[in-house]
Design a protein around this ligand. Structure first.
Ligand SMILES: Nc1ncnc2c1ncn2[C@@H]1O[C@H](COP(=O)(O)OP(=O)(O)OP(=O)(O)O)[C@@H](O)[C@H]1O
Ligand SMILES: [Mg+2]
Length: 361
């Protein structure tokens, strides 16, 4: 049985003035102690979801529950929830310790207690030696850490992070991803992060919520999302995926046999559905699950190479099979001392044991 959720969104919709739909009947359970990420394209409702959880936005319909208690009408300040905003929103005229202590100053704590907790929070983010530093003297990564310290110092049950790393350069961003994950494990606090960067979501999250047009498409751990996307949208949003219109041939036990033109494919069905003979379905095939060889063999289909892109360890081949269906293949560079060039015919086949999902619309 799934554990009781810490936060539950129950059929939450948000319609903004002018009829713009921000959220459309969203159901979401957030489990205590997890690092969950909301991922999706611009405008899909990520920030609106966070604002509804924080209480800055009230749903047009539906409920927000915390520990089973209806908090839909509770003001932001009365919720055990803190937010780290994208621009950090630090006070430039205050030093680091004053910024972090700001949230605490509204509570009934002695100044000694306050100072102790500010020190601990800053140690936690590796800025224990910057108490007196002015915010304007800090680097982007350091400001980001001050914002984090300010959010955790109040010991919220839930920490909401809206694109917290988007202002950082690629290198610092990767480093902060590791630190954020480490901090979350150490605190045991529930983190809900928003990003539109799929790599970031995959590397940091326990579970990912993929959103599209105000709705949830799929909720799953990163590996499940990558290996078994439920919909075409998820499949094309997470990594690169060939979406191949394929004819159903028959079933061998768990394996569903298909053909995309001349290319034999095997797929799995998560819902146990067996299509009727001759039906077409969209099969998702990862570029690394297609093999390219110089010679034809059993189970291969010819593909005309239209582009070769250097990706370091692999070459990415763009090719056409059958009636101009485009496919992308990642081939190891050192394969058989063979290099494909534009105009060559590559004989492609599905890697044995590849796990190809059958996708719904
Ligand atoms: N205050 C508002 N008034 C009117 N429409 C709004 C308001 N806030 C959000 N919206 C609309 O609701 C939808 C969802 O917006 P939201 O900010 O949640 O998207 P998002 O997923 O966070 O996007 P981004 O990645 O660009 O930040 C969008 O169509 C947006 O234009
Ligand atoms: Mg947003």
């Amino acid at each position: 049985m799934a554990p009781d959720p810490l936060v539950r969104l129950e059929a939450v919709s948000k319609v903004f003035p002018g009829g713009i739909v921000g959220l459309d009947a969203v159901d979401l359970d957030i489990i205590s102690g997890e690092f969950i990420t909301l991922l999706g394209p611009s405008g899909c409702g990520k920030t609106t979801s966070l604002r509804v959880i924080a209480g800055f936005e009230s749903p047009s319909s539906g409920k927000v529950l915390l520990d089973g208690r209806d908090i839909t009408a509770l003001r932001p300040f009365d919720r055990p929830v803190n937010t780290v905003f994208q621009d950090y929103a630090l006070f430039p005229h205050m030093n680091v310790a004053e910024n972090v202590g700001f949230g605490l100053s509204l509570r009934k704590l002695t100044s000694a207690e306050q100072a102790k907790r500010v020190g601990e929070a800053l140690d936690m983010v590796g800025l224990g030696d910057k108490l007196r530093a002015r915010v304007l003297e800090l680097s982007g990564g350091q400001r980001q850490r001050v914002a984090l310290a300010r959010a955790i110092v109040c010991e919220p049950r839930v920490l909401l992070l809206d694109e917290p790393l988007s202002a950082l350069d690629a290198h610092l961003r990767e480093q902060m991803q590791i630190e954020l994950k480490r901090l979350q494990s150490r605190l045991g606090t529930t983190f809900v992060m928003v990003t539109h960067d799929q790599t970031e979501a995959l590397s940091i999250s326990d579970r990912i919520v993929v959103m599209n047009k105000g709705r949830i498409e799929q909720i799953a751990p990163p590996a499940t999302l990558y290996d078994r996307p439920a919909t075409k949208f998820v499949a094309s949003f997470i990594g690169t995926m060939n979406l191949l219109q394929s004819r159903f041939l028959g079933r061998d036990g768990e394996r569903l046999r298909f053909a995309a033109g001349d290319l034999p494919l095997e797929a799995t069905s998560d819902n146990g559905e067996t299509p009727a003979a001759g039906d077409t379905r969209t099969i998702g095939v990862r570029p690394e699950d297609l093999l390219a060889a110089a010679e034809a063999a059993d189970g291969t289909a010819p593909a005309r190479v239209s582009g070769v892109v250097f990706h370091g360890r692999t070459l990415r081949l763009h090719a056409q099979i059958g009636q101009g269906t485009s496919v992308v293949i990642d081939a190891p560079r050192q394969a058989e001392g063979f290099q494909f060039n534009v105009g060559d015919v590559a004989h492609i086949s599905l890697r044995r044991g590849a796990n190809c999902p059958m996708l719904s619309a």
